[in-house]
Design a protein around this ligand. Structure first.
Ligand code: NAP
Ligand code: HSE
Length: 428
């Protein structure tokens, strides 16, 4: 008789319930694939009485996730509560100290405390696995740490927040404003409890920082991610981008350059016929480039009960099979501290300016661009019946620092009626 792998699950919300369902419904499959039974012994959530649509009566209940994490009959502590600190962090630390392996879907926690937790786990001979934390059901961490282990990774990029992609694609398809689609997303339950985590690019930034650590063998450095959210993207921007042959995406890019590690998460224009441009709704896509493999594209559901539980189960099955990898692909103590590089590789930019409608205004804008070495590729003043004139400019390739200096000069010229929107055009 083989020894069962015993799970303690803290958090019985969307993801936790999905994991309970798979363990219950696929017991034979999991045992056949891992060579041993995978069973749940104990669970924890805030409310014991809530109907969660699954039978929990066979499992011990703990009100306190730390108590669950340290039970003698738990081999793997599965943290599915969420939160950057609080019970998630306390219970994972307790689990490691008590000699348990850990599986979590908690990107916020790992983006801030991943290095410390990984060091704690590795010095205790334990593993922390977190496939579900990045891009939901897409096995991107497995791809990077295992399938692409023979590559020097040169760039990782992608769309890693389903809610933002839903908002941006729905605005285009339904010709609705940002505020209207944001309200829809809230009604559909797509938004995080703090919506700014989604629309402010923070959640996607957490995921990018985790991928960058694995890809480049560097310590997770979320604070170095250049972050910009989608809150200022208007239906007009989406429509104009579409007319120009682009889609707007919240795009993350991490690349190691001669100057250091660039990490940025910001709305960008991508060609509408590219794989990223065609990505619809809550779907995620991660593009990985390596010296040997060249480029691979992974696409799939970025959130939801089934996809996220699928990723959690992949980690649990690896532990059941005895596969033990360092949290970030190499031992945490060997991860290097990357020099932070501002992303200044030249690119064309889309500019949406709102000018005072008076003689000479456009000339001042053109002068500001010209004086900073920025050449205009296309320009159009859109129809308006107000005293403010909307002007759209696509520049030739320029560095962000030069563009920022030009925008500063435009502001100082006194002809701007509102802050401009400046979006990088990424030829992916
Ligand atoms: P959720 O639906 O809000 O569920 C959270 C669960 O944690 C609930 O069952 C809650 O208990 C329990 N909980 C919260 N605080 C607790 C505490 N102090 N003690 C014990 N239990 C506590 O969250 P979720 O969507 O399943 O997300 C879980 C984790 O997965 C998060 O880290 C999230 O970022 C990550 N994730 C989620 C998705 C997704 O699609 N949902 C995708 C990728 C990653 P009650 O039910 O009693 O309130
Ligand atoms: N809020 C996240 C998203 C959930 O929209 O992608 C999955 O991590």
């Amino acid at each position: 008789m083989t020894t069962p792998l015993r799970l303690g699950i803290a958090g019985l919300g969307t993801v936790g319930v999905g994991v309970v369902k798979i363990v219950r419904q696929k017991a034979n499959l999991l045992a056949a694939r891992t060579g041993r039974p995978v069973v749940i012994t104990a669970v924890s959530a805030r409310s014991r009485d809530k109907d969660r649509g699954v039978t929990l009566s066979g499992y011990a209940w703990e009100d306190d996730p730390v108590a669950l994490a340290t039970r003698d009959d738990v081999d793997v502590f599965v943290e599915l509560m969420g939160g950057e600190n609080g019970p998630a962090k306390a219970s994972i630390e307790a689990a490691i100290a008590a000699g348990k392996d850990v599986v979590t879907a908690n990107k916020a926690l790992l983006a801030h405390h991943g290095q410390t937790l990984a060091e704690q786990a590795e010095s205790a001979g334990r593993v922390i696995r977190f496939e579900a934390a990045v891009a939901g059901g897409i096995p991107v961490i497995k791809a990077l740490t295992e399938g692409l282990a023979g590559n020097d990774i040169t760039r990782v990029m992608g769309v890693m927040n389903g809610t933002c992609n839903y908002i941006l694609t729905r605005m285009l398809d339904a010709r609705l404003s940002y505020d209207e689609v944001f309200a829809e997303a809230a009604d559909l339950g797509y938004l995080e409890a703090d919506p700014n985590l989604d629309v402010g690019g923070i959640d996607a930034g957490h995921k990018l920082a985790l991928l960058a650590s694995i890809a480049f063998g560097t310590r997770v450095d979320f604070d170095a991610v250049e972050l910009e959210g989608i809150q200022r993207i208007s239906i007009e921007d989406i429509r104009q981008a579409n007319d120009l042959g682009y889609r707007i995406k919240l795009l993350g890019v991490a690349q190691m350059t001669g100057r250091g590690l660039e990490q940025r998460m910001s709305p960008c224009l991508v060609p509408k016929n590219s794989p990223l441009g065609q990505l619809k709704g809550g779907t995620n896509m991660v593009v990985i480039e390596g010296d040997a493999v060249e480029q691979i594209v992974l696409r799939g559901p970025g959130a939801g009960e089934g996809p996220t539980a699928s990723a959690v189960m992949g980690d649990i099955c690896d532990i059941a099979r005895g596969i033990r990898l360092s949290t970030f692909g190499i031992p945490a103590k060997s991860l290097t501290t990357a020099r932070t590089a501002q992303s200044n590789s030249p690119a064309p930019y889309y500019l949406h300016l709102t000018l005072q409608d008076r003689p000479g205004a456009l000339a001042k804008i053109a002068t500001a661009l010209g004086e900073h070495g920025i050449s205009i590729d296309r320009m159009r003043q859109t129809k308006h019946d107000t005293t403010d004139a909307p002007v759209l400019i696509v520049t030739h390739k320029t560095q962000r620092a030069d563009l920022d200096a030009a925008i500063q000069a435009m502001r100082a010229s006194g002809v701007m009626a509102a802050d401009p929107v400046a979006l990088r055009i990424e030829m992916v």
